[in-house]
Design a protein around this ligand. Sequence first.
Ligand SMILES: C[S@@+](CC[C@H](N)C(=O)[O-])C[C@H]1O[C@@H](n2cnc3c(N)ncnc32)[C@H](O)[C@@H]1O
Length: 308
Amino acid sequence: MHVPVLFNETLEYLITDPRGVYVDCTVGGGGHLQGIIARTGEEAVLIGIDQDGEILEKTRTRMSGHANVILAKGNFRNLQVILHGLSITSADGILIDLGVSSFQLDEKERGFSYHLDDRLDMRMDRELDTSAWDLVNKWPLDKLEQIIAEHGEERYAGRIARGIVNARQHRSIDTTLELVEVIRRSVPAGYKRETHPARRTFQALRIEVNQEIESLKQVLPQAVALLKPGGRLCVISFHSLEDRIVKDYFARESRDCLCPGKQPVCTCGHKAQLKVLTRKPVEASPAEVARNKRARSSKLRVAEKLEF
Ligand SMILES: C[S@@+](CC[C@H](N)C(=O)[O-])C[C@H]1O[C@@H](n2cnc3c(N)ncnc32)[C@H](O)[C@@H]1O
């Protein structure tokens, strides 16, 4: 069961007009979407996008009673094309709730979880060519180390990457639990007590397989272009790299000029498009974290499209 994070906080920011157009770019099991439905009227147009066709079909069944909900399979990096295909040209609110869904983690044969024994996979979109198996069994040492360090913020990235490369010389690493065992053998004993030793490496592989950082960078300008004046973009992230991308993008697009500080006259002509509504990111309350461990690292940032 997927429990949506920062549920009320997100909806309070997102919905400005109960008859508006709202786009949930990561609809998943539809937790946030249920909240949007509850807070808008039947005249509202609600779009839900997900790249995971299996989740989307389940959500489609659950949403079948709502005639104003349109679900589309696709990667939000193609947001403008997807919405164009649905004849949607502008939106009052856009939500991006990044990361993995509990449905994906709990489902057998998806290979996301370090608790379930599955073939290494981690593709959110099963049509992708490259899976976690390919990375683990084919990538060179330095590339593995780099993604585990950057996407996983794993302090033992070098040791883990070397452990993987040594292990696969004997036979391929085919399953999630085989990889967990290789990681366990690669890190110091004390580390295993602090946290699950595979957590950060699995996160890194998932982010790389699904090109999550690239997709986020690509969707932000498209989302802003689609917003109506006064419309809001809400982004929930679970990783400091993602949060920094959102923070920097919002900061840049809320400034009128991007010329270097010492330049007396603006030559760039950049105009602010956004007003940032969350100076600091909204984080989950201790009560929410106690109910839902996934909320622990969540950060919500919200910006509003300026009137021109
Ligand atoms: C954290 S879950 C969303 C949960 C949802 N907000 C809810 O309350 O049920 C993230 C979802 O986004 C999807 N997703 C992640 N990256 C995506 C992308 N680039 N394009 C489309 N969907 C994506 C995943 O497949 C997953 O279902």
